[in-house]
Design a protein around this ligand. Structure first.
Ligand SMILES: NC(=O)c1ccc[n+]([C@@H]2O[C@H](COP(=O)([O-])OP(=O)(O)OC[C@H]3O[C@@H](n4cnc5c(N)ncnc54)[C@H](O)[C@@H]3O)[C@@H](O)[C@H]2O)c1
Ligand SMILES: [Zn+2]
Ligand SMILES: [Zn+2]
Length: 387
């Protein structure tokens, strides 16, 4: 056990703090320890922060991690100390049936509870500490870590490879997208903006993004997409008008079960049903916003049991398809890294704040309130490598 390190600990709903915790160490021969240079706060952290998951108190949060390899176990033979790496938010073994299929978001061995899928610092996704900390233990490190170009270049672009850039791309993929399609994205948070960026790179004819936050709608324009303000009127009707009544080929849901109406009232079914309404017959929907098997904090009885009042009849009648679930980051991150290196992708356009780890608790509060201008927070626990 080394000296204590600083880490952001979940102490209960709306209560996180940077505390001293034991240093991350090599526990298995296939582990590496990574010194974190950048770790981001995610909309997924907010579901935990608000007490709307079964996250255990005392856990370190943070699943969007990158840094420099500090130590490797005896069984690690690809990664080297000093390598600059991006760590997928998924923890995956690399050798189970679903990992071999490339679906690393549903690894059958990494989650100690026996359910499919594990992640760093995440409710119900295994017992792994998160990386909003100085150091992070990375299991099956040869398999999980993506090596980045050395140096400090494009830190704020590469830091998006651990989760939201692949997740936005995955949402577009799950929708059945092909070049030339028109796409609507619901939610202009970091994930929705990454879905819009991905759709543009992949050759969408037209991209719409629905939200009501003025600062985020402004970023929609930066992503080369058309903002739709749902507080200004029914978004389905607005998009129908913008498309001459045709609707769109593809839809991406990037909000999740805490979606709310224009007055702030939560409703986990409204967005899915709006997507069914606006996507053309035979079109596809990709859902990357998170939905849970149980949500005891929900306002209606159906949602408490993880059930959604979904317009299944219309969905079926229109012959639509839907893809769902956690992103398999490793299925995309090599190619997305290369797009960043080549200058084709610039996911850093959403970063609003770069802060020290010590400012994390305040940053959670502001990002959670969706304060004007707080779009994406990147924390630098150690040496600031790319400011
Ligand atoms: N599937 C995955 O692998 C994966 C990975 C990362 C994040 N997520 C999930 O994706 C979701 C989005 O993450 P984020 O970081 O962008 O979060 P975020 O909370 O910052 O963004 C959500 C956005 O949706 C908007 N919104 C809320 N209700 C709306 C409505 N009815 N219509 C239109 N817009 C509405 C909000 O104003 C906000 O801007 C979260 O549920 C997160 O947990 C999933
Ligand atoms: Zn995330
Ligand atoms: Zn596996």
């Amino acid at each position: 056990m080394g000296a204590p390190m600083k880490a952001l600990v979940y102490n209960g709903a709306f209560d996180v703090a940077v505390e001293d915790v034991p240093d991350a160490t090599i526990e298995q021969p296939t582990d590496a320890v990574v010194r974190i240079t950048s770790t981001n706060i995610c909309g997924s952290d907010l579901h935990m922060y608000e007490g709307r998951t079964d996250m255990e108190t005392g856990r370190v949060l943070g699943h969007e991690n990158m840094g420099v390899v500090e130590a490797v176990g005896a069984g690690v033979d690809r990664l080297k100390v000093g390598d600059r790496v991006s760590l997928p938010f998924n923890v995956a073994c690399g050798s189970c049936e679903t990992c071999v299929e490339g679906k690393t978001g549903f690894c059958l061995r990494a989650n100690q509870a026996g359910t499919a899928g594990a992640a760093f610092g995440f409710a119900a996704m295994g017992e792994y500490a998160g990386g909003q900390a100085e150091l992070l233990r990375v299991p099956w490190a040869d398999f999980n870590a993506l090596v980045l170009p050395e140096g400090t270049d494009k830190e704020l672009d590469y830091t998006m490879l651990s989760d939201i850039f692949p997740t936005g791309w995955h949402g577009v993929q799950l929708s059945g997208f092909t070049p030339g399609d028109s796409v609507v994205v619901w939610g202009a948070g970091p994930v929705g903006l990454m879905a819009a960026h991905s759709a543009r790179i992949r050759g969408a004819a037209e991209v719409f993004v629905v939200d009501k936050q003025p600062d985020r709608l402004e970023l929609v324009r930066k992503a080369g997409a058309t903002p739709v303000d749902y507080s200004a009127g029914d978004p389905v009707q607005q998009i129908m008008e913008l498309t001459g009544g045709r609707g769109v080929d593809r839809g991406v849901e990037a909000i999740g079960y805490q979606a709310h109406d224009a007055h702030g009232e939560e409703d986990p079914s409204m967005v899915l049903n709006q997507l069914v309404g606006v996507v053309k017959a035979t079109g596809g929907i990709g859902v990357v916003g998170i939905y849970l098997p149980q949500d005891p904090g929900a306002s209606d009885d159906l949602a408490k049991q993880g059930k959604i009042a979904f317009d299944y009849g219309t969905f079926w009648f229109k012959g639509q398809t839907m893809g769902t679930g956690q992103c398999n980051v490793k299925a995309y991150n090599v190619k997305l890294r290369n797009l960043i290196t080549a200058g084709v992708a610039t996911p850093s356009f959403i970063v609003s704040h770069e802060l020290d780890l010590g400012q994390a608790a305040d940053a959670y509060q502001r990002f959670d309130r969706r304060d004007q201008g707080w779009t994406k927070v990147v924390l630098h626990p150690g040496e600031l490598t790319a400011r």
